[in-house]
Write a protein that binds this ligand. Structure first.
Ligand SMILES: C[S@@+](CC[C@H](N)C(=O)[O-])C[C@H]1O[C@@H](n2cnc3c(N)ncnc32)[C@H](O)[C@@H]1O
Length: 284
């Protein structure tokens, strides 16, 4: 691939999704975009990129962007955050929202649904404490293909073997031929919406708990800062943010601060350092 074609398509993908494609990952373009080229009867990537350059084909742009996303997910991923949610965050919320009897959870890059469904199963298991409560779980993703999979709630044997305790598999899934479908009651607990984290998030409403796990790793630092700032704008001062194991707010956003002794969970930083006006160095 010509370097100018690589630069063009990398910028195209980054502008649309935030995903950064460095030149050492150009093999990913080959493996993920060739099927799109073939489907359209184009000879190869050169011709596909030429078509993108020449046309304003929104559907093609979307298909290319989606193809470049990494959608890996599994139930109760890393287990600890979900234990923390059940044992610490949920009891805390039940106390501080007792008057309102409602709270909202957002999975900001929900992929194929394992993360929101893990939370839904936890809430179902705790339902005796939740009588009369209104709880929203919203799952959003840029990938329509993943959202469709999430809504269907159908998983392969391999997928249900990754992280899902056998007791929950037996309790909440039904086997249909070679695949497993999560119960309609659990599916009904999650609303899915297509949403790009780079766009205005306000219409999603406020969230007490946000899981934004394993997506910021694909963004550059200014994009991470911007997205974290926008997420903070949707959270009350006592909200909780969960990031993935390889992600942090430290050095990236002063809108959040780590919750002491709770790895991967952040609270709103009510007292961020004042920003120096442009052109002025911050005081030390
Ligand atoms: C690796 S998955 C993470 C899934 C889940 N949060 C987890 O930790 O298991 C990353 C997801 O982020 C989504 N994604 C990438 N860029 C996005 C963007 N700009 N807006 C919304 N979702 C995005 C991808 O489509 C993908 O499904």
């Amino acid at each position: 691939m010509k370097p100018e074609d690589f630069d063009f398509i990398a910028k195209f993908i980054k502008d649309r999704s935030g995903l950064v494609l460095t030149s050492d990952k150009s093999y990913l373009l080959e493996s993920r975009l060739m099927p799109i080229a073939r489907k359209r009867g184009l000879k190869g990537l050169d011709e596909l990129i030429g078509t993108v350059r020449a046309s304003r084909d929104e559907a093609l742009g979307r298909e290319i962007t989606e193809a470049m996303t990494t959608n890996e997910s599994f139930f109760f991923r890393d287990s600890k955050p979900f234990d923390q949610f059940k044992d610490m965050v949920l009891p805390h919320i039940l106390k501080v929202r007792a008057a309102k009897k409602s709270f909202r959870i957002w999975c900001a890059a929900s992929s194929s649904g394992q993360e929101p469904y893990s939370l839904a199963m936890i809430l179902k298991e705790e339902q005796s404490k939740l009588a009369g409560w209104k709880i929203d779980i919203v799952g959003t993703d840029i990938s329509t293909e993943m959202l469709e999979k999430a809504k269907a709630g159908v998983y392969s044997q391999f997928e249900v073997q990754r992280g899902l305790p056998i007791t929950l598999l037996v309790k909440y899934f039904k086997k249909k031929d070679e695949v497993w479908q999560i119960d309609a009651a659990i599916r009904a607990m999650v609303q899915y919406r297509e949403w790009n984290l780079l766009t205005d998030l306000k219409a999603l409403g406020q969230f007490d708990v946000v899981f934004c796990r394993n997506v910021l790793i694909y963004f550059d630092q200014p994009t991470k800062t911007r997205v974290l700032g926008n997420i903070a704008g949707l959270m009350p001062d006592d909200g909780f943010l969960y990031l993935g194991g390889a992600e942090t707010v430290l050095g990236i956003s002063d809108k959040f601060k780590p919750i002491p002794n709770q790895r991967g969970i952040y609270g709103i930083n009510k007292d961020p350092a004042p920003q120096a006006p442009p052109g002025f160095a911050a005081k030390t």
